[in-house]
Design a protein around this ligand. Structure first.
Ligand SMILES: *Cc1c(COP(=O)(O)O)cnc(C)c1O
Length: 354
């Protein structure tokens, strides 16, 4: 217990991010980063001239970037809100739209930050169990009279549900906001974004961290009805009006201008995903079907924790959780073909007892 901190945080369990180790060079497949650098346009945009302007505050509205996103997605500028990573957006969502009278629900196996934010604001929350095979049943979220957060595709499973099912969840909880976290939507899933024009209680949340190779830039964005965007702005301007830094605004605008580069990278990731799933299957692995830039997989011949440790000792970093329902599984980021070949070779060695 802290000597000085408010007692209200005594029971708060903070989020534990995936390791960013410095002890050696790992094949790093543990935090779903892109193996590709930002596009050449980003390198060109973040130049000396931009650095020379760092004495000035950034545009608090991020208008230029919102205009670019508006064109790319066919939504209004007034439908877009920028945040310092989608993590900040989630923070604002829990702060703005949930309280003792507005409980929040999310899946029991999903992004580990959701229960942390619920704990931070001391919210009543329900973790709805996934069904067999880590399937999310949309009926479990219909008419629950509660705010809802769903990652689609889900993390760490990689499974996705179609927009029609999301629509049912949004339609049947009209008094509450439904947030769909589409951090991984650009690796083969179908976005529910068009629904924001028909439902004023839907927020679609995306990020530059995965598909757009900008995890270090910290940029997420929400799209939804202007009323919800105004609510989020009220929170933002009460916490940090300059939440997106100048260099990130510049890098992100250049990234939007080079969308084709990222689409091409995503194709490679999807090919590497199929390649990795097939190679692991030959080694006896069972993998959950994934529409994300990671896979969730287990090998009946070896416990997940053991395989995690042995891979780590061989210089390959993946993600493992000790929570019993998923302790057999590893979440493996899909990287370059070379990285996946190292993973597959080291795994084969471990299974041979080497
Ligand atoms: C990575 C991730 C985020 C966080 O993204 P940032 O924009 O880097 O904060 C949010 N939600 C899910 C499901 C993620 O996997």
């Amino acid at each position: 217990m802290s000597r000085f901190m408010s007692r209200r945080f005594d029971d708060l369990e903070a989020y534990v991010p995936g390791e960013q180790p410095r002890d050696m060079q790992y094949v790093k497949l543990n935090t779903n980063e892109s193996p590709f650098p930002p596009s050449p346009a980003v390198f060109a945009a973040v130049n000396e001239e931009e650095v020379s302007r760092l004495n000035l505050y950034p545009d608090p509205e991020g208008l230029l970037l919102r205009q670019k996103l508006s064109k790319l997605y066919g939504v209004g500028v007034e439908n877009i809100f920028l945040a310092n990573g989608s993590d900040e957006l989630l923070n604002f969502f829990f702060m703005a739209f949930c309280d003792a009278h507005r409980p929040v629900a999310f899946p029991d196996i999903s992004y580990g930050f959701y229960p942390v934010y619920a704990g931070l604001y001391n919210l009543p929350y329900t973790q709805i169990p996934l069904r067999e095979g880590f399937r999310l049943s949309y009926q479990d979220y219909c008419h629950i009279d509660s705010s809802v957060v769903i990652a689609n595709p889900n993390a760490p499973t990689g499974r996705a549900i179609p927009p029609e099912e999301i629509e049912e969840i949004v339609r049947t909880n009209p008094r509450h906001v439904v947030l769909i976290d589409e951090a991984y939507i650009d690796f083969g899933g179908e976005s529910c974004l068009p629904l924001i024009h028909r439902y004023s209680n839907l927020i679609v949340c995306q990020t530059f961290s995965k598909f757009r190779s900008l995890a270090g830039g910290r940029l997420g964005y929400a799209m939804g009805h202007p009323e919800l965007i105004a609510d989020l702005n009220k929170i933002k301007y009460s916490t940090n009006s300059y939440n997106i830094n100048r260099l990130t605004l510049t890098a992100a605008a250049a990234a939007i201008d080079s969308n084709d580069y990222y689409v091409q990278n995503s194709r490679i990731i999807q090919e590497n995903r199929a390649y990795t799933v097939a190679a692991l299957e030959r080694l006896g692995f069972e993998t959950v079907p994934s529409l994300a830039n990671f896979i969730f997989t287990r090998c009946p011949a070896i416990p997940g924790g053991t395989l995690y440790e042995k891979l780590r000792a061989k210089g390959v970093l993946v993600r493992h959780w000790t929570k019993p329902a998923i302790a057999d599984y590893l979440r493996i980021t899909i990287g370059s073909r070379e990285q996946m070949d190292v993973l597959i070779q080291r795994t084969a060695e471990i299974l041979r007892g080497e």
